[in-house]
Design a protein around this ligand. Sequence first.
Ligand code: ADP
Ligand code: NA
Length: 338
Amino acid sequence: PVTPRVLSGIQPTADSFHLGNYLGALRQWVALQDSHEAFYCVVDLHAITVEHDPALLRRRTRVSAAQLLAMGLDQDRSTLFVQSHVPEHAELAWVLSCLTGFGEASRMTQFKDKSAKQGASAASVGLFTYPILQAADILLYSPEAGPGERVFQVPVGEDQRQHLELTRDLAQRFNHRFGETFVPPAAYIPETAAKITDLQEPAAKMSKSASSPQGILDVLEEPGPMRKKIMRAVTDTGTEVRYDEENKAGVTNLMRIYAALGETSYADIEARYAGSGYGQFKKDLAELVLDTFTPIRERTQKLLADEEQLDRLLAQGAERAGAVARRNMEIVRDRVGF
Ligand code: ADP
Ligand code: NA
C-alpha cells in the first residue's frame, strides 16, 4: 500500500495557539504523522499579507514551531518547516498567479470578508493573492507523478474549501497547458475535528480575533487564568448538562471540549453530571484542559529556551521540505520555459 502524502500550514499570527486550533486542526496533525507522509508548515509569508511587526513575526514563528513540536510533531515522523525557509513557495506562487484570472481571484469570499474590515482599497495585493500562495504551498509537495503515485490530501476546514477548489483548478490548468505535473489535492476532513466556539459568545467561533480574551483558551495560558475563564464561560439559566446546540449553545460547546479531550461521549457526560449542575462540570473540564495543555506549555518553554536546538530542528525540516520543493520546481521551471 502507498503512503498518502499530506500538507498543512498554520499562520504564526498569535503568541499562542488556542483550543480551537488544537481540536480543529493541530491534534489531527499529530495523529496524521503515522498514517501519512506529512509536511507541516508555519506560513510566515502569509502572515505579512496584513501590516506586521518584524520582531513580533520572528518571535511568533518560533513560538508557533515550538508549540507544534511540544504538541507531538516529531521531525523523525513528519517534516515541520518554516515557509520562508523554502523560497520555492514564492516562486511557484508567481507562476500560478499568472495562470489565475483576475475575476477568478476576485470571487474568493475570504478576501471579501477580510478586506471588508479594513476597506477593500486599503487591503494589500498580497492579501488578495493569498489563495494563490496557498495553492503553491500545497502543489509544491505534490507527489511526483508516475506509477505508484501517492494520494495527496490536505486537511481543510469548511472555510478553506473555496481555496482548495482554486488549488485543484490551478493544478489541472497547469497540467493541461504544460503537461502532467501536479496531482490535484483532495480534502481530508477528519471526523474528529470539533468546531469550538467563543466561551463568552457561543454563537461565534473561538478565534484569535475574538472581541475579548475571556472567550479564548490559549494553549500557553497559565493554570490560574485558564481555570477562571472556564468557570466564567457563558452557559444559560438552566442547570442541566445536556447537548443541545440550539438552546444550550454554551454548555454544548463545553461538552464538545470535554468529549474531545476526555475521549468520552455526550451521553456519558450527561449521565455523569445528571443533577450536579454546571459547577462541578466546569471544574472537571478545567482539569481536563490543564492535563492536556500543561505538558505542552512546559515543553514549549523548554524548546524556546534552547535556541540552537530549535534552529537545528527547523533547519532539518527546511532541508527535507526544500529537497521536495526544489525537485518539483525544477520540473515547473522546465515546463514553463525558464
Ligand atoms: P483563527 O480563527 O484563530 O484566526 P485560523 O483561521 O488561523 O484561526 O485557523 C487555523 C486552524 O485552526 C484552521 O485549520 C482552522 O480550521 C482551525 N480553527 C480555528 N479556530 C477554530 C475553532 N474555533 N474550532 C475549530 N477549529 C478551528
Ligand atoms: Na510519517
